[in-house]
Design a binder for this molecule. Structure first.
Ligand SMILES: C[S@@+](CC[C@H](N)C(=O)[O-])C[C@H]1O[C@@H](n2cnc3c(N)ncnc32)[C@H](O)[C@@H]1O
Length: 169
């Protein structure tokens, strides 16, 4: 859930939403911006702190029938260390371990998606100082396919003013 962008958009669009993050402090910080966002359609939005998305019992908080859309925005492996909390995916170890941990999140998520529901994964690739590129997004998609998801599309977000490989925008 991070800073709460998805729940703010839920309120703007009139969709009910549930936000989960392992970092309770992040959730507290997000709460005021979510609460101060107007709610013209009367959407219900809820936040759950301290939830590890791999193991959090989603069925306890998801309404019967499941959800139509899951938006996952995990760390991009270790490019930003989020908090050092145990279970934080940015501190998980190797890239293989990270992809496997994401697989656990996907499996947990698929259990509460309603038939015909969708999962959107927002993720970036990374590269090392030596110039090696790690296709984190493709590896994650492959892992999602192994969970039984089918791929609908890949949307490439083109940032300007963000530095990529060799300082290129
Ligand atoms: C890229 S940020 C999300 C940003 C968010 N979309 C926003 O609008 O601010 C990744 C978030 O994943 C959380 N996180 C890391 N490991 C997690 C885990 N195992 N379960 C749940 N959340 C986790 C971090 O605390 C961090 O807030």
């Amino acid at each position: 859930m991070g800073s709460g962008t998805t729940l703010i958009e839920c309120k703007r669009l009139g969709r009910n939403g549930i936000g989960i993050d392992i970092d309770g402090k992040v959730l507290e910080a997000a709460r005021s911006s979510i609460e101060s966002e107007p709610n013209p359609f009367g959407a219900t939005v809820m936040t759950f702190r301290g939830g590890d998305s791999r193991t959090f019992r989603l069925s306890d908080v998801v309404p019967e029938g499941g959800i139509s859309l899951a938006v996952l925005h995990p760390p991009y492996h270790d490019i930003i260390r989020f908090n050092g909390i145990e279970g934080d995916l940015s501190g998980i170890g190797s890239l293989d371990d990270f992809i496997e941990a994401l697989g656990q999140v996907f499996e947990n998520t698929i259990g509460v998606l309603r038939p015909g529901g969708h999962m959107a994964l927002v993720i970036g690739d990374k590269f090392s100082r030596g110039g090696q590129w790690y296709p984190v997004g493709f590896l994650a998609m492959q892992r999602a396919l192994a969970c039984g998801f089918s791929l609908k599309s890949i949307v490439v977000k083109n940032f300007t003013e963000t530095k990529g490989k060799r300082g290129a925008e």
